[in-house]
Design a protein around this ligand. Sequence first.
Ligand code: SAH
Ligand code: SF4
Length: 389
Amino acid sequence: MTTSNDEPPDRRLHVGPALSRLNLYDLAPAQLQKTLGEIVFPPFRIKQIVQWMHRRGVDAFDAMNNLPKELRAKLAERFTLEFPHVLERTAPASDGSQKYLFVLPDGNRIESVYMPMRDRTSICLSSQAGCAVGCTFCVTGFFGAGRNLTPSEMVGQFFIVQREHDVPLELMNVVFMGMGEPLLNMENLVPTLDMLYTNVAPKRVTVSTSGIIPGIDELAKLDRRPNLAVSINAPDRKRREEIMPITKKYPLDELMAALHRYPTDRGREVTIEYVLLAGYNDSPADAAALARLIHGLRAKVNAIPFNEDPNLPKWMQRPTDEAIDDFVDALVESGAHVTVRRSKGREIAAACGQLRGKTERKLPQRRVDRALRTEPAEIERDVVHRERR
Ligand code: SAH
Ligand code: SF4
């Protein structure tokens, strides 16, 4: 597929690397059945292949050990099952969270985060290799636009992190809160969701957006809808325009109307993300204004203390713990539901793009090349090695 500058800006960042063989993880489930149906007989073999892929996340045909050898060879001739390659993992934070830096076949780098919690585990996925939305407090926005991730690149982040930590699938939550704006990549997001739903129920999947209204309405129409999280980040239009220029295209009042339209049946709520910037949007009066803004919405606020970074404006700082408490108390008094992300690990998840930002200039090319050559089995050995140390 190619893109053209004549297309509307929302649709422009589009494609993955050109591969000569089709990656089967880039196909939506129905299309996968159809494609396999053309060369795989008898039909029960198709079911086996789909199970290996969507249930187990295997990334080599040879691992499909209940298939005849000739069929595996035939598949490998025509197709790939390639996932992104792990370039770096941070040491686990005090709460066990770990950040991953992946390299894609075209050299782009993206991040994911593993976040264990007491009774469940979340994996935070990237949806684009950059972001054109340009929020002024965000490192991914600072580095600018990047192409859309393909379904294999999104589902691959999920399976690699899940496998490395051996997380039971029934305890898994998935959040699209990594690099990029998922609702500007709808065409790849929807098949990715369909693949993930094999293991993770829609109520355990959350898509976070900066407020792309057409995308919210499209998501609302899906039969199997994920939870919606929206980065509001300012209690009024003027300040939101300052830190989130996308507000000029999708005004705050129209965004709020779209949130009211989003179906929140079966006890679900919309999550309102709110990055707390010291002295800017963190006063008790701001909390009261935010509560008024979201009044009548089935929503909970997720207050995220700003994560500082050398690439971001110097005036942007994390509020003191006392200021955070005062903000939260004022919100609760106004009748809002609120949670705060305080632990370090949780916060690194909210600031995806920072690990890539740190390494952008200093990673030697040979490290990238090596990761691209690494076979999955070698990656597994690498993990074992790290655990032993
Ligand atoms: N593009 C989507 C999802 C990725 S950003 C969105 O904007 O919602 C995920 C979350 O990280 C957003 O709520 C965003 O406001 C927050 N975030 C970005 N940079 C941050 C920073 N420096 N500190 C704290 N949170 C940040
Ligand atoms: Fe893009 Fe989200 Fe960062 Fe804004 S906060 S620049 S939408 S990734």
